[in-house]
Design a protein around this ligand. Sequence first.
Ligand SMILES: [Fe+2]
Length: 251
Amino acid sequence: MLEFVRIQKAFPLYVRRVALPGTGARLRAVHLSDLHLEDGFSEGWLRRLVARVNAAEPDIVCFTGDFTCRKAEFTSASRACAILRRIEAPVLAVEGNHDFLGGAAGKAAELMWESGFVVLENSALTLDIQNSRIQVLGLRSLYRGDDAFEHLPLPDSQALRICLAHEPGWANRLPAGYADAILSGHTHGGQLAAGGAEKFWMPKYWDGFSRGVYETDAGTLVVSAGLGESGPRVRLSMPREFGVLTWGSDE
Ligand SMILES: [Fe+2]
């Protein structure tokens, strides 16, 4: 089974390149999601991913949750963290439902911090990059119920606002104009989707946003098909992906 996972991991990565509207700010961000790390993960594959991220020369990296598979205490976790620490740009992150539920609760975030990620939990960070004001707003997982909505960070109308929200369903629950862009994952693009049957696999809170770019009242939503799997460690006709997102005249 582990060998099969490794063969799957050898498949090429799809790079989603998106030029996004904004405030005139210039920014390049790499969007990662749904690593789903656990014992048996391929160190070589993770190293190649980090090399691809660094080669894109992003100003920031955004990680939209599901670092683990509901279990943060796996024996190779420290090796995964050491590899991810080689990402050269600042990494801003939120938890996914797999980081909040089961044995991962409270511990997956520690692994992300150990990886050098800044974990935002209904909080925001403002950065000054290339003389542009960038605000990254990180939301809790909708699986936290009412807790997810407590103390939502306030958007800064003077900044380019990038919201990290694991579940794309957040786009239907946020106020109009909340962010310039909302980055999500969670769906794995259907993971086992074949022949347009994605809706039969989709998890709660996908709200019809499977993968790609959508215009919503809350902001432009970018949904990543992610980098890992949950349930069966298999993808059918759904490549792993990461995003290279640009604002302004960067590319
Ligand atoms: Fe996931």
